[in-house]
Design a binder for this molecule. Structure first.
Ligand SMILES: [Zn+2]
Length: 409
């Protein structure tokens, strides 16, 4: 079976970290200058590993194997949150690269075909999980029209500035692939809590964002009597409180919801807000429950409008991702490899974070492996995983990829 080179793997991860490094963490948002530099570096690494590699028309780095037969596609992402950790996404891409290199060094595996992808914009600077959605044909006509970053740069302009306009797109040809597999840091506390070193993912939660808008009347904060106010800010606060009450009453064991962003306009101490806006995001592994949550939000909008003072409207945005189950057979391969290298120190678990794998799961049998995150911290500069766990995870991953491909022969 393949033997991965742990030093080579960690060296490359450290190298990738230098693109946008900020203390222990990384600032490398998709399609930024430093992100594009890192993508060109990755193309070079993939090429050195024998892959036919390029950056496609949306920014995804794709390395195609020249070996014959059904291929296994390995992927994750190398873009970061506005302030992100050094392993979020990069771990899975570098596992793919190291798997390709280790396969080439073993007689048993050197003819196996493994493609490696770094999907663009997993973190949603412009459009969440963009690269994997494009690859899988999950982006509808017009879906990307309004896509822009927080500073107002449109996706279209960013692609042009990055020199990607007009380049061909990689598209999934399901016949080429036996499966898709992705490794990722857990980003939560459960592996550490249970003293396990490997997680085999059973399913991934879906995610939905709803934006709610409040229209009242801007006015003087001193001269306007309370009874005559149409205060959009007050309506927002009441609405937010009701969201927490209603969602808590209908939540499943792993439902989570967050009001992560609110805005009051014009946002001054002596002005009654005339307009207000909030973003509500919720996640669950159960699509039916997510549908019900959306109905609850609709009911709350109606309840709020019934008071008649402030006009409330909602927009369940197009940027949503469906929950997905991981392939049972692929999970068995991961479990066997984990039991071989970390007997008794692995567990099956759901993913509470979204991943590119849930898009791939709509077109290919898909699976995911997790390694522990120290202190359960991610999307933060402090994010880290021990070198021992990084290396162990890659060996388990490479073994599982090999056994999936060898079994299909
Ligand atoms: Zn990630």
């Amino acid at each position: 079976m393949p033997v991965i080179d742990g030093d080579r793997l960690v060296r490359d991860l450290e190298m990738l970290r230098t693109f946008g490094q900020c203390g222990n963490g990384v600032v490398r948002q998709s399609l930024s200058e430093v992100d594009m530099e890192s993508r060109r570096w990755l193309v070079e690494r993939m090429t050195n590993a024998g892959l036919d590699a390029r950056i496609d028309g949306i920014g995804t780095v794709f390395g195609r194997s020249r070996n014959p037969g059904k291929a296994l596609l390995v992927g994750s992402h190398t873009d970061t949150q506005p302030t992100g950790g050094w392993l979020d996404g990069t771990l899975g891409v570098m596992y793919g690269l190291e798997t390709v290199r280790a396969f080439a060094e073993s007689r048993e595996t050197r003819d196996l075909a493994v493609d490696v992808a770094s999907w663009i914009d997993e973190e949603g600077t412009f459009f969440g999980l963009l690269g994997s959605k494009m690859f899988c044909g999950l982006v509808g006509e017009g879906d990307l029209d309004g896509a822009s970053s927080a500073d107002g740069t449109t996706l279209h302009a960013a692609l042009r500035d990055a020199g990607l306009e007009g380049r061909p797109l990689e598209r999934c040809v399901p016949d080429r692939y036996r499966a898709y597999m992705e490794a990722h840091i857990e980003q939560g506390p459960w592996l550490e809590e249970e003293k396990r070193r490997i997680g085999v993912v059973t399913g991934i939660v879906g995610i939905r964002d709803v934006s709610v808008r409040f229209e009242g009347q801007q006015n003087h904060a001193g001269t306007t009597p309370m009874a005559r106010r149409r205060d959009a800010g007050a309506a927002l606060v009441t609405f937010a409180t009701r969201v927490h009450e209603v969602f808590a009453a209908h939540a499943g064991p792993r439902s989570v919801w967050t009001i992560g962003n609110i805005r009051l306009e014009p946002g001054a101490a002596s002005i009654i807000p005339g307009r207000a806006w909030l973003n509500l995001q919720y996640r669950d592994a159960d699509e039916a429950r997510m549908d019900r949550f959306e109905d609850h939000v609709r009911d709350l909008v109606r309840e709020s409008n019934a008071r008649g003072l402030v006009a409330v409207s909602m927009d369940a945005t197009k940027d949503r991702t469906a929950a997905a189950l991981m392939d049972a057979d692929l999970q068995r391969h991961l479990e066997a490899a984990a039991e071989c290298h970390a007997p008794g120190a692995w567990m099956s678990m759901p993913s509470a974070a979204v991943h590119d794998a849930q898009n791939l799961a709509q077109v290919l049998p898909s699976a995911m492996l997790f390694v522990p995150s120290k202190g359960g911290i991610s999307h933060a500069f402090e994010e880290d995983t021990s070198a021992e766990d990084i290396v162990l995870g890659c060996q388990v991953f490479a073994d599982a990829v090999a056994s999936v491909l060898l079994e299909g022969r």
